[in-house]
Design a protein around this ligand. Sequence first.
Ligand code: GLN
Ligand code: ZN
Length: 784
Amino acid sequence: RSSLFFTHTNKELVSTTPTIQGTMASHIVGYPRMGPKRELKFALESFWEGKSSAEDLRKVAADLKASIWKQMADAGIKYIPSNTFSWYDHMLDTSALLGAVPPRYGWSGGEIGFDTYFSMARGNASVPAMEMTKWFDTNYHFIVPELGPDMNFTYASHKAVDEYKEAKALGVDTVPVLVGPVTYLLLSKPAKGVDKSFCLLSLLPKVLGVYKEVVADLKAAGASWIQFDEPALVLDLESKELQAFTAAYSEFASSLSGLNVLIETYFADVPAEAYKTLTSLSGVTAFGFDLVRGTKTLDLIKGGFPSGKHLFAGVVDGRNIWANDLSASLNTLKSLEGIVGKDNLVVSSSCSLLHTAVDLVNETKLDNEIKSWLAFAAQKVVEVNALAKALSGQTDEAFFSSNASALASRKSSPRVTNADVQKAAAALKGSDHRRATNVTARLDAQQKKLNLPILPTTTIGSFPQTVELRRVRREYKANKISEDEYVKAIKEEIRKVVELQEELDIDVLVHGEPERNDMVEYFGEQLSGFAFTVNGWVQSYGSRCVKPPIIYGDVSRPKPMTVFWSSAAQSMTKRPMKGMLTGPVTILNWSFVRNDQPRSETTYQIALAIKDEVEDLEKAGITVIQIDEAALREGLPLRKSEQADYLKWAVHSFRITNIGVQDTTQIHTHMCYSNFNDIIHSIIDMDADVITIENSRSDEKLLSVFREGVKYGAGIGPGVYDIHSPRIPPTEEIAERINKMLAVLEKDILWVNPDCGLKTRKYPEVKPALTNMVEATKVIRKQL
Ligand code: GLN
Ligand code: ZN
């Protein structure tokens, strides 16, 4: 067989000698789709804007897929995945495969094309998109299937088999990957109009009907392996949900015969009960486990593994950017080999590499020392194979020894360790810091000082970021304009924002955050212990990517970060000006974090840095300080048994940031989600004076907590309008919302504010929306 490949660096056609597969027992769960420089993002967006054709888009995708397959084949990977590419999302792909298209998209059967597919993902002129939600505890969002008893499942997307054939034509025999049928259903929701109690798992037989057709197709195309991702197995499942796995795979077994079947799990260990279920499934040849996050998996395997089956051992972390500790991994693998047997062990990534950055090669700004500590997806592929080779007795000594010295340098580097910070953070553990005075007394003291009207109005922090503003920041970063020019421009922007808020008659002002590009990056750039990449993008949803900072060392604050701008802003008005900070838990959850110490330790360090900033703001005369914890909920562990511990140190870290302030200094926090009914007690335990929260999109879920009798004594501002939409909320509508809140919450703790920051909106939307918000507040104040 000869094969055609696009080379990785130049997109020129070259022919390569056939790859020799089957030498190393190595496997990759899945790979990033966006490309090393977000090629897919730009191709998608240009296609959506009508600037390029479907053919152009397909060409970009084909090149990306080919280069990924080639890269893995060249590295020596034996089990190379296919169908892990996606135009938008792999759950949406599964809905397409099953023909599970909600009727509102008007799909009339046949193969699902871009039109229907992208309408489901993004909506179109007449129909909104399907709902999107977080994929387990990652920052990746998937399109939630909407199902009901009437859904007519049909085999409507041949993408899986097409991709298999596409790779095969290039000389690579791949393992096609599908989201497993049970995980698919467990992550679905009942469609609109379907009874909420409808049992989604009752759709299993119908769904399996289509899976069987796909499997038959893949077999006919020559596939010898198939991978079903069933990460739902790591969740707290009820026994009837576990039984669904048993039922599904025994129903499936005869169709799967003749194929090697891998069931892949990831993101945590599989609970003991689920482990039993999983390893007893019929027709399954191999099991994949996350040995990085699955801290108990090793014990489970030691406790018993079905003989003759393959173990795919995920030792290379797919969720982070650190180089693997190869010798430690090798030890783990050797002990596993003792249990399952030499021929049954396959080295793998802990999960799909979708959740890490793509290729370190494109990092031109990181210094060599830090770079030597890192491995992005492309490097992880090489690590996996090096481990497999070492297991087979062909250790690449040079590779192992350079890995060992990189690890040693990371351990001993003075850039990583700051003894004072470590000591201070360690001292916080196990104690319970909180402000001395209780919140009611503090609110009284603050009111005496601030003298705010009832139902005080405020906004969440950012104001619209204009093209002009972004240009100023960019040019300053590139040294194209002087510091003086930059400061002048930003101050002018702040003045505009302050004047506007005074004109609107808002009570507690913000400076608008014009100096910030991103609420985490801005602080990371000023704290020590953080590094930034140029191309370290990770897909968040569709074509959207985030570029998390890398926390590599002990965190400290060399100098004040926001005091200059906040004091400047305060000097422009007599009204209180909120200091605006990002909280430690959010900084943690939106970064790539250290794997050489517990997350709690890193968070405590950040908390101490933010604490210094809070106290400096207070000294500078700022009397209201908002500490955003937008992402507090995101770090919540998947399993209930681990949640209490997380919430404890997360909430503790938040409190540490403001234990040093006087009673008269008012501490606000903000959260951008409303599904926190289950963690409301932790939120109260944060002991902020005022909390502003997203609320307007949530069907009043939030208010129901208080209706059910949870006592809340601090200030609270449930958002009165949705900032994600350009729609301008009418005064009456806002007034009605406020009235609904007043029915549940005391009038003297209620604040009036939008759902979140206004950064993504435009002034022609923001001005009338805020005008109406203040107007509605005034109408209601008169009635109180
Ligand atoms: N203060 C930030 C802003 O207004 C908060 C953003 C957020 O909660 N995501 O932009
Ligand atoms: Zn928010």
